[in-house]
Design a protein around this ligand. Sequence first.
Ligand code: HSE
Length: 451
Amino acid sequence: MRTRPLKVALLGCGVVGSEVTRIITTQTADLAARIGAPIELAGIAVRRPNRVRAGVPAELLTTDATALVKRGDIDVVVEVIGGIEPVRTLITTAFEHGASVVSANKALLAADGANLHAKAVEHGVDLYYEAAVAGAIPLIRPLRESLAGDKVNRVLGIVNGTTNFILDKMDSTGAGYSEALDEATALGYAEADPTADVEGFDAAAKAAILSGIAFHTRVTIDDVHREGLTEVTAADIASAKKMGCTVKLLAICERAADGRSVTARVHPAMIPLSHPLASVRGAYNAVFVEAEAAGQLMFYGPGAGGAPTASAVLGDLVAACRNKLAGTTGAGESAYTQLPVSPMGDVVTRYHISLDVADKPGVLAQVATVFAEHDVSIDTVRQQGRSQSGGDTNDGAAAEQTGAVRRAGGEASLVVVTHRAPDAALSATVESLRKLDTVRGVASIMRVEGE
Ligand code: HSE
């Protein structure tokens, strides 16, 4: 074994950085044996050097991240700061000074991955980011390496733990969104500002990264259709249950049926309870991959947190160090297919639409005609009669497919589930429905996936 250590610089020392430091400083002999040379933490760049960090050697702390990455003797830079700048500049500078980079930065990779990969190649170094998607779950390397000989057609994942916790809570207790969010905040799952999670930005960044790797093309976060879960109601969850489904915030990356384009989207969706993703509870993540030869694969585990994310970082660090030692680099970006990303309107899926309608003869026929005019085929209709005050008065099962429940001058709630149809056709259908005098409101529209 080589005795001269490989030098590692750490950028950021929060929850993940502290765990990375702990593992590097306590698992020294094992890491050295696995790499073939010892590794040494050469410096840790932080913004607040006086903050107490248990187990982090104070003499390694510096506030000058630029000087650290410019030292010239650093073999691998580990970046766990997050955000676009100054991180992009720091990573580029690290490449220019011969260092490989291990990053957990989904936002940066989803915004500018192609440029960073190109810079890594230019300087003959590695860029690894297993920790950027789904924490500890090995996903990037299996997609990039283990499935490199297969053809991936679909990636369907729960890639945000905070939102899965919220939806799971709504499902198991009947709580509304705000109540479930409050609990997620109290337990430390949701940030003080939960926007990135609940509006789907975090999941959209991960969807961009996964689509690019799965389909050997380039997808940025701007290509990803995004809807958060703030509009999901307890009624949606109850309606999903009636259909034998649950609601999940899904990241869905698909190759078009003709193979000529891809789509990437993040939105709440109903999935059948029989689907493996339906049983993913709490803040866990899971990603379901469909490949031509492999069939269906499920990756499951903790998607966030200091130690799980550090596990993914360390895996990349060992790989980058091994490559340094061998004087080589690992597999870089593979974007040769150059498949275009189609707009959301081209996505074909099923829909669950909840309408508040006048409860009088002919309304069901009117509504059905609008669906037919837009070539959207109805699978089932459930009607619930409601009094003028708006309370539910009937269980829908008795009225299914018949529209028979009626209350003179009252309102009814119609739940329509469609067969597969293009998103653009569904949007046009809903627009036309809103123009009907008898349709008092469109209470919710949710896609149905995983069947
Ligand atoms: N905030 C993310 C989540 C973890 O809730 O899953 C980091 O991507």
